[in-house]
Design a protein around this ligand. Structure first.
Ligand SMILES: Cc1cc2nc3c(=O)[nH]c(=O)nc-3n(C[C@H](O)[C@H](O)[C@H](O)COP(=O)(O)O)c2cc1C
Length: 326
């Protein structure tokens, strides 16, 4: 059975990509993930705050510069300095046969083109841009946010020969238009979707509690919808990230149109062996359904033949609400 796939123009032996996380912080762990069946790895992010340290906002600067500085980790607290990150890429490229994808994370990203070139020179096979931000300033217009994403993506993609993917947020008014526009400025693929880490409120201590919860499989459903919508619209690659925990989840994402599935939570919980069992499970499912390779099944359940995806989604919404007979 053939689990080969093409992702961002790279030939992968399996569609299982280790998502951006600490999982590949050391070479031995990355090698174990490769041996267990990873098709590629994405390294943890290098943050724009490491390249261009933030200055405290004016109000904070007046009230308490100290407080403003403490919002972000100190330079030495990041696991990899930019220099160490580059050295890590060089080391991983020496030790691994599978593609190594670097992750650049920020939303202002001045100077990212130069960082991207350094990553390319270090041997990175691709770049994943993560524009994680919570737009809380009422003076910031939605189209400004997206124009900046397009500008930076175009700038980075135009500065390197290696492919550039964008890890998208689901919270854009028109995800489909943005994804198509990203492709037009040079993105080789999109990754759906960023998970937003949502702090909770402690009602006893009256504090805000930051929380990093691993994902749950139901988070995949949002990704499946958008894979199915985007798959007929894009010429480049699609990857799912968020809620891929079982071989059946991978099969669903591929049927919806994914070229690759990224895994983090399930690997943090259960270790690299999951990759091997997911490959067996996916292979068994393909056999049952008569698929000899992933191209045969990719996008079989996307919305290509649907004509009007928005009307289809609206009709499903109404039918779902009407189906409740409590
Ligand atoms: C501990 C941890 C660290 C992560 N670090 C990053 C990161 O540096 N950059 C990034 O883009 N995503 C990061 N993520 C998000 C993952 O890449 C992934 O998108 C998310 O966990 C959803 O996938 P999952 O359901 O397989 O966990 C991190 C996730 C976890 C759990």
């Amino acid at each position: 059975m053939d689990l080969h796939t093409e992702y961002l123009g790279l030939a992968l032996g399996t569609p299982f990509v280790v998502g951006a996380s600490p999982l590949c912080d050391d070479v031995a762990s990355a090698r174990r993930l490769q041996e267990a069946g990873a098709g590629a790895v994405v390294l943890r992010s290098l943050f724009e705050e490491q390249i261009d340290p933030p200055t405290p906002a004016p109000a904070l600067a007046v009230a308490s510069a100290q407080e403003g500085e403490e919002m972000f980790p100190e330079y030495a607290e990041y696991q990899f300095s930019p220099e160490a990150y580059v050295r890590h890429v060089v080391r991983l490229k020496r030790e691994l046969a599978i593609p190594v994808i670097v992750s650049l994370n920020g939303h202002q990203l001045h100077g990212w083109a130069e960082v991207a070139r350094r990553m390319e020179r270090a041997g990175a096979d691709a770049i994943e841009l993560n524009f994680y931000q919570v737009v809380a300033n009422p003076a910031t217009a939605a189209d400004y946010v997206e124009m900046e994403m397009l500008r930076v993506t175009g700038d980075v993609a135009g500065s390197v020969k290696i492919p550039v993917a964008v890890k998208l947020s689901p919270f854009h008014s028109s995800v489909a238009q943005l994804a198509v526009a990203l492709e037009l400025v040079g993105a080789a693929g999109v990754v759906v979707f960023n998970r937003f880490y949502q702090p909770d409120i402690d009602i006893d201590e009256l504090t805000v509690r930051p929380m990093l919860r691993l994902s749950e499989p139901q988070e995949l459903l949002l990704r499946l919808r958008w894979l199915a919508i985007l798959s007929p619209l894009l010429r480049g690659s699609l990857a799912a990230t968020g809620g891929v925990h079982r071989d059946a989840d991978a099969a669903k994402a591929i049927l919806a149109g994914a070229h690759a599935v990224q895994l983090v939570s399930v690997l943090l919980r259960h270790g690299p062996g999951v990759l091997t069992s997911m490959a067996h499970g996916l292979t068994a499912w393909m056999e049952v359904h008569g698929y000899s390779n992933l191209t045969d099944c990719r996008g079989r359940l996307n919305l290509e033949r649907c004509g009007d995806a928005a009307a289809f989604e609206r009709a499903n919404y109404i039918r779902t609400l009407q189906s409740w007979h409590g």
